[in-house]
Design a protein around this ligand. Structure first.
Ligand code: NAD
Length: 505
């Protein structure tokens, strides 16, 4: 799938259209870095509107048979894909680490969470069963069917190049849709690898297509008359734009956006558990997770000992090349690393104290890599952009609060509502939190409450535009439309002419 470039010695990643690699018609390409070495390792095609049109046309043609394929056939492909993915996940993890930078063990975790959704999709024959009511009126039955939408678009972010596409395409395809995926141009190779594996699993050509690109390809998907729906994951401004543009063009849209996840620590919490959780959730994947904890709201009385415990744990973290058994890898690009690093000065100028400054950390990796070590800020003013912005890097802020009321007020006054956690041993306080917090996913003594595949994933407020979350029951509903059928088989007792609105008898 990777062919030599005509303009440099580096390989160029093609689109995947109709079951084979395709160069498309656009001349534009983007750079794909190895963030741990700071070098461009390949280029990726940046598709044009014409390339999107080609892929959508191919998908539309494939839908005429895939949409009619038996449940047994669709299920057998999903089972085969599940087996292939489970046995070859090491290959995919290496791709993720080399283009995203996350450490290999974390790449394995990403794949495992995607695999869960594939397994959920294997059970779709059960989930797409309709319902039936017999004899709703004399000799009249009503039943419902769930049918696929047609061609569906998926647009994914850089931070989970395998898992986020797998939140959507297994369910979309199992329910009979045909897919055009536009992955992040920053780490695009995982998408082709998965598409090729689906082909190996027996998926007919044209059912799963990948068009690489940037805004041009996204815009083409958003306005294409033959694209029925858009599933988007990325930053809030783009999620809002995608939702507004897609719905204005008559599409069903689910657009998951950014986050600023808080963890509220009450004085009775187990501080060792809290410190482990804060470090894991703050610095895992270098903080480039939409469910990362970026703010610890510590009740004043326990803030000092908690910060000490967090600092002790941070000192043990090894930052470096994800292939070398480190705890934390680099950031995705040099620009992003610089932006993340700039928040340390911003916070400090705004009055925060810098407890641990990771900017000069020694790393086990190439000096050109996009490094930023774990950083801890204390007493961050809530007016500072270090508090209000989604930093999306290894910067953990502590904000001290007087108690539960101030903590919940702060959480609920923010624009995002992705995930939120409370740490306490008081069941009553936890129960109050679960009722009062304005977030789509809530952790109780759990820092990263990502729901399992058979519950749906999604936030509230500026973290999700649209009313359908990803995967689980919401995913099945999103990728199908229901049809209610009212039937009567002729009987000598039928009632003849009646212009009144149908009533039951
Ligand atoms: P991004 O918004 O920059 O990009 C996401 C996708 O949109 C990419 O495919 C990109 O090519 C495309 N895109 C970028 N700019 C565009 C534009 N102007 N017009 C049209 N399309 C455009 O996001 P990212 O940096 O790749 O990912 C990180 C963000 O994603 C963070 O904000 C993170 O919180 C969020 N995220 C959210 C969730 C969630 O479930 N809520 C999950 C993962 C990531």
């Amino acid at each position: 799938m990777t062919t030599p470039s005509t303009t440099s010695d580096l390989p160029v990643l093609d689109h995947w259209i109709d079951g084979v690699p395709s160069a498309g018609s656009s001349e534009r390409t983007g750079d794909v870095f190895d963030p741990a070495r700071g070098v461009v390792q390949r280029h990726v095609r940046l598709g044009s509107a014409a390339d999107v049109d080609t892929a959508v046309g191919v998908a539309k043609k494939a839908f005429s048979s895939w949409g009619q394929a038996s449940i047994a056939k669709r299920q057998s492909v999903m089972f085969a894909f599940r087996e292939l993915l489970a046995s070859r996940q090491g290959e995919l993890a290496e791709i993720l680490t080399s283009e995203h930078g996350k450490v290999l063990s974390d790449a394995g975790g990403e794949i495992a969470r995607g695999l869960e959704v594939v397994e959920f999709a294997c059970s779709l024959p059960h989930l797409i069963k309709g319902s039936m009511s017999e004899n709703v009126s004399t000799d009249v039955d009503v039943f419902s069917l769930k049918q696929p939408l047609g061609v569906v678009g998926i647009i994914s972010p850089f931070n989970f190049p395998a898992m986020v596409p797998m939140w959507f395409f297994p369910i979309a395809i199992a329910t009979g849709n045909c897919v055009v995926l536009k992955p992040s141009e920053k780490d695009p190779s995982a998408a082709n690898w998965m598409a090729e594996l689906m082909t190996e699993a027996g998926l007919p050509p044209g059912v799963f297509n990948v068009v690489h690109g940037d805004k041009e390809a996204v815009d083409a998907l958003l306005v294409h008359p033959d694209v029925a729906s858009i599933s988007f994951v990325g930053s809030t401004p783009i999620a809002r734009y995608v939702y507004e543009t897609g719905t204005a063009h008559g599409k069903r849209v689910q657009a998951l956006g950014g986050a600023k996840n808080h963890m509220l620590v009450l004085p009775d919490a187990d501080l060792d558990l809290v410190a482990d959780s804060a470090v894991n959730a703050g610095f895992g994947s270098a903080g480039e997770r939409c469910m990362a904890v970026s703010v610890v709201l510590a009740v004043d009385t326990v803030a000092d000992p908690l910060i000490e415990k967090i600092r002790e744990r941070m000192a043990t973290l090894k930052v470096g090349d994800g292939r070398r058994g480190c705890d934390m890898g680099p950031l995705i690009t040099r620009e992003h690393r610089d932006k993340v690093a700039s928040y340390v000065d911003v916070a400090s100028a705004d009055g925060a104290s810098v407890v641990v400054d990771g900017r000069g950390d020694e790393v086990d990796g190439d000096s050109e890599g996009f490094w930023m070590g774990p950083t801890l800020l204390d007493k961050v003013p809530t007016s500072s952009s270090a508090y209000t912005d989604e930093i999306f890097g290894p910067v953990l802020s502590v904000v001290r609060v007087s108690g539960y009321p101030e903590g919940i007020e702060l959480i609920n006054s923010g624009p995002y509502g992705n995930g939120s956690a409370i740490f306490t041993n008081d069941g009553g306080a936890a129960r109050r939190f679960q009722r009062e917090v304005e977030a789509g996913m809530v952790g109780i003594n759990v820092p990263i409450p990502v729901p399992v595949a058979y519950h749906s994933f999604g936030g509230w407020k500026a973290s999700l535009f649209g009313d359908a979350k990803a995967y689980g029951p919401h995913g099945v509903d999103f990728f199908t439309r229901e049809k209610a059928i009212t039937q009567r088989w002729l009987d000598p007792s039928h009632g003849g002419l009646n212009l009144g609105f149908p009533q039951h008898s």
